[in-house]
Design a protein around this ligand. Sequence first.
Ligand SMILES: CC(C)=CCC/C(C)=C/COP(=O)(O)OP(=O)(O)O
Length: 563
Amino acid sequence: MPVSATSSLVAPTPHDNSNIFRRSANFHPTIWGDHFIQYVSEPMEIDEIMKQIVMLKEKVSKMLVLMNESATRPLEEANLIDSIQRLGLYHHFEHEIGEVLQHIHNSYVENGAITLNEDLHCVALVFRLLRQQGYHILPDVFKKFKNEQGNFNETLFGDVEGMISLFEVTHMRIHGEDILDEAFVFTSSHLEMMTPQLSLSLAAKVNHSLKWPLFKNLPRLVARYYISTYEEDPSHDATLLLLAKLDFNLLQKQHKKEAGELSKWWKDLDLETKFPFARNRIIELYFWSMGVYFEPQYSLGRRIMTKVLSLVSIIDDTYDVYGTIEELQLFTDAIERWDIKCMDFLPEYMKCVYNSLLDLYEEIEQEMAKEGRTLSAIYVKNELIRLVQSYFTEAKWFNSKYIPTVEEYVANGIVTSVNYLLTAISFIGMGSIATQETFRWLTNRPKIVSASCIIGRLVNDLLSNEFEQKRGHVASAIECYMKQYGVSREDAINEISRQVTNAWKDINENLLHPIQVPKPLLIRVLNLTRAIDVMYKEEDGYTHSLRLTKNYIQSIMLNPCQI
Ligand SMILES: CC(C)=CCC/C(C)=C/COP(=O)(O)OP(=O)(O)O
């Protein structure tokens, strides 16, 4: 049920008995309440399952090694790797998969061009897997699927599988790959047109791909969906399927427990009562953090990220909705000084979030000290300060009814996208591969992270603009663009969408070798961007989490796979 904005001014709240009028966004309450807290004490009972998983993993590992040794059937190898990845098992077989792909690369790639003489599905699948692995493969191989006029062959309409595979590839395109730009238009428009003539199951497959391109989807959502469709495929491998189900359910238990612990932390702080004007979304934020890293070893990262986000969310609502400009000035000063003594100068209602933030920072410092990485925490603090300063800039713009230029807006908005901060936090959870050097790299605003921030800002604006403008909010990229260039809303939206597409090309380009920092760190940036694509697909699924986001959380955090 969508929640609508009501009057933008409300009477004073219990927080103040002065005559200050404050805006209100009437956010819907939490969907989950205390539901997850019950899982904190649920026994894991994992011994038997772990034994089974270890045995099944050995079998799959052997399958991969054997395949690599014979290495004569590239389609079979590619299909197996694709299934392992879609089933959410890549992290168990990273080494083996790396070897198989290296072998495929050595055998079927010359000077960056794929030499496979196979059909569209096979070529596109191999292309996608190699690119995902970081190989800079050229898209020229797709020229052979064009006619003399230079258009993609209409005969491909009969090859739905091939069309889907090519469509999936197009989401990995980089700048200058005109053939993949064309392929995107060709496959997306024709697949959409074709669906009414397809069988129900094939049409469902096409529609799913169109809405959920693999490369932009979150790995856990991919796995949950694929486990059920793979099961229906009569040619499925029973070992792989069982492993995927057991592994998914085991991890789900861990996620439930972690979400329960965070719910309890949130409840104990009683922030819901203290900030009734703010969004209460601890579970949605855990889902977001799990999107960034779902694997079992990243428990600390998920915990820290969810906690930071929950406080940032309150701060965002304070700057966007509730605080007066004078109060926000005080809060911004206090954050810049980062000193518990500053609490004395803050309005009563702000004290708690300030105190909680400083406490949380101490927790991060302590965790980092255990790993001998104390300095890393400073980067998080610096990003938090920058974020709050940028929130204040937006508040001042709103307060003075100033509409910035697009350039001014985006320069500030990429910080309020929160993705610089989130990238720093994601590195906190990555252990020793996130060195001081990688944090310094981050401070220099590398293109891949800036592109993720641009996507975060612009996609958020495209999907939440109407609701926010109704309740009163700083001009979004859309209004800035319309004013600066004197264009219609529709033209502004088209231009902003084009910039989002370009930013994705920057991300894709910077995932290819040679890379600047270890790949697992870049994957965090990719996943942060995927989380935005998922959360803002049809609506602002963070603010209005009753519908789609609720379904995602149910499907991956609550519903186990039937064995
Ligand atoms: C990225 C995440 C999970 C951040 C924490 C919560 C948050 C600030 C969400 C965006 O809200 P919004 O749509 O109100 O943002 P803005 O005020 O920047 O438009």
